[in-house]
Design a protein around this ligand. Sequence first.
Ligand SMILES: [Zn+2]
Length: 265
Amino acid sequence: MMTPFEIHLIVHGEIGWFLTRRNNTADLRLVRDRRASLKDTLEALGLPHTEVGRLLVDGVEVGFHHVPVHDCRVDVHPVEPPLDVTRPSMLRPQAWGKIRFLVDDNVGRLAGLLRAVGADALHVRGTTDSDLAARCETERLILLTRDLGLLKRKNILFGRFIRATEPYRQLKEVLTVFGLNPPYNFFSRCFLCNCDLKPVEKETVSHRLKAETRCYVSAFSTCPSCKRLYWHGPHVRRMLGKMADAGIDVSGASPGLGKGMIRGD
Ligand SMILES: [Zn+2]
């Protein structure tokens, strides 16, 4: 048992919501008599470490494992978009080489939409939280989820509690937070497998086409993994319209979409 001391904890910005939904305030005075890291202290109050951009103790920047032992003021600031996972920071000293996402089931439609803009997005169904977190660590994946408990796991380095509820708004949120800027490589990945699509000669796939498609469409691509066939169909325009409505720059997708074609067989 330690001599009791007080932490004056102030959570700034919109991440105050994680505390106020339970504690009714984002400005707390916590009396402590035992050692606990700031990560554990914040997460016990409902704030996952993935949402924190900077931690200051009496004005000095510290890491998640800092353990207060006497009276102090702790300022907690949100992640400031864009969060660049390739640059080390005080809170996340391990920089990653590239941006790859792991999409949880509770925001599953995000996986297909991220692939639609060319982003690398895995979606694993029917696995445990423990396996999901372990995979994020070993494969250096950014977790996208609405599961607060999952985001608190220590082997999740980068992640995001998805605020938006509508899938296209969720896509815009992820692109903004992680700094994925246009031009996007639209419709260059398989919706199902996440693999890069490969152009394919029409003659080699014509036997798989309906007569109308065979007549009016000339460019095709295929997924090397699942062999699904893609071409530029009307719903490409519908998807681009929904992206534009969500505030995403789709100008790079026109006029011919380049290699971007989509329409599953
Ligand atoms: Zn595929």
